[in-house]
Design a protein around this ligand. Structure first.
Ligand SMILES: [Ca+2]
Length: 415
């Protein structure tokens, strides 16, 4: 007992030690707090909302010393994707399952006819949503065949709606002969981005619940011929345990896909859960790790895995985001009109750090080996969900901001 009293006397002469002792039992006795959940997700705060688009234009200084002007080309609800045609016309598709034509800066009031029926449900950013029309790309030989490819949520009689891909001929004012070329079936839902590679193959991102299984098409990057069939030089052709359409696997929540305009290399981005968004350099047959490795946290808070961020047998991302920015459409900018950004990658953000109303644009400078040098957040104050990014024939940058008060924006030098 005497020794304990001596020890206490020693301790209480040391204010720092006393403070530490007082903190210890408090930290264990009181869990910090419990977080309210909406289904599997923490209830999102409502303090910030996506704000309606103003009239603009807006002038911004940027990090590389290039002032930019951002202006509104058109306002419309929920634009999902943009595609420029060789004659300079711009096609816009929406979550509602509509296609609009913008010509000489004017959007036609009536939607384009000829697209397929689709399913649109829920508010952007919430769980359980489905998007009507998702992505639209032209065939590499569009000048000769006028073919457009569309990914969309296909209504199914049994209620198991899933992503499908179809193509149609553009006659200058509408789509003709829309025909499905690929239907991966139940379990593939959410968003499917499309991009034609330099080899004429159609790359497709998929989401769903089986990213590590080679026997399903969810959570993959697929590589298809332009008629929807599987190319014979795909990495798993000849493997009876694998689907021949698979190009890479182990993906979660892919919302972006870009082919480097000069090298033809394939890049995909995907959403982690709470953190751990990734930009991946896609190589044939590689496993990108989800859900076995991740830099993200599960929504209740613990890390997704203890092997974060990666493991030798999985391919790590070239860029990652923690906190998450809900990475979406992306573009390697190789134009000359915005010279300070040449060869940078632009990535859309739907929201930052799990807070609604915080969408923006990010620019990342990469070195020759696609390693990150620096990154910049842009147009933060507009608080728009930047869903898709395209370079126009004028080499300016065009954005689709996907929300109820959404818009098509143009970025050009300030003068
Ligand atoms: Ca990964």
């Amino acid at each position: 007992m005497n020794s304990i009293i001596v020890l206490l006397k020693v301790i209480f002469r040391q204010p720092v030690l006393v403070g530490a002792l007082c903190l210890l039992p408090l930290a264990t006795a009181n869990a910090q707090r419990d977080i309210p959940f909406s289904g599997p997700f923490p209830t999102a705060p409502t303090g910030l909302e996506n704000i309606p688009m103003g009239e603009g234009p807006w002038i911004y200084p940027t990090a590389e010393g290039m002032d930019i002007k951002v202006s509104v080309v058109a306002k419309l609800e929920y634009p999902m994707a943009l595609e420029f045609l060789p004659d300079g016309k711009l096609l816009v598709i929406t979550r509602r399952g509509e296609i609009y034509l913008i010509e000489d800066g004017e959007m036609q009031s009536n939607p384009i006819m000829g697209g397929p029926p689709s399913v649109f449900a829920g508010e952007s950013g919430a769980g359980g949503t489905s998007h009507g029309y998702i992505d639209l790309v032209k065939h590499p030989d569009f000048e000769n065949n006028q073919l457009l490819y569309l990914s969309y949520t296909k209504p199914k009689p049994e209620g198991t709606n899933n992503i499908a891909i179809g193509r149609a001929r553009w006659n200058g004012s509408s789509l003709e002969n829309f025909t499905d070329i690929f239907d991966p079936g139940p379990g593939v839902y959410g968003v499917a981005r499309l991009a034609f590679g330099h080899n004429g193959k159609l790359y497709v991102t998929t989401n769903g619940t089986d990213p590590q299984s080679l026997q399903t098409l969810s959570g993959k990057v697929l590589r298809l011929n332009d008629d929807g069939s599987a190319p014979l030089d795909n990495p798993f052709v000849g493997n009876s345990e694998a689907r021949p359409e698979i190009f890479s696997y182990g993906h979660r929540g892919a919302l972006g896909l870009a082919i480097h305009p000069e090298t033809g290399e394939v890049f995909q981005n995907e959403n982690g859960p709470n953190g751990g968004d990734e930009l991946n350099w896609i190589k044939p047959g590689y496993n990108y790790g989800w859900p076995l490795v991740s830099l993200g946290r599960t929504y209740p808070g613990p890390w997704q895995t203890n092997d974060r961020p990666t493991h030798a047998i999985f391919e790590p991302p070239i860029v990652y985001w923690t906190p998450a920015i809900a990475v979406s459409g992306m573009l390697f900018y190789t134009g000359d009109a915005l010279p300070a950004w040449k060869n940078d990658i632009l990535v859309g953000a739907l929201r930052t750090g799990e807070i609604p109303g915080t969408g923006h644009l990010e620019r990342i400078m990469l070195n020759r080996d696609y390693q990150e040098i620096r990154r910049e957040s842009l147009i933060i104050d507009l608080r728009q969900r930047v869903r898709d990014i395209e370079m126009g024939p004028d080499e300016f940058i065009y954005l689709a901001t996907e929300q109820r008060d959404g818009a098509i924006l143009k970025i050009e030098p300030a003068d």
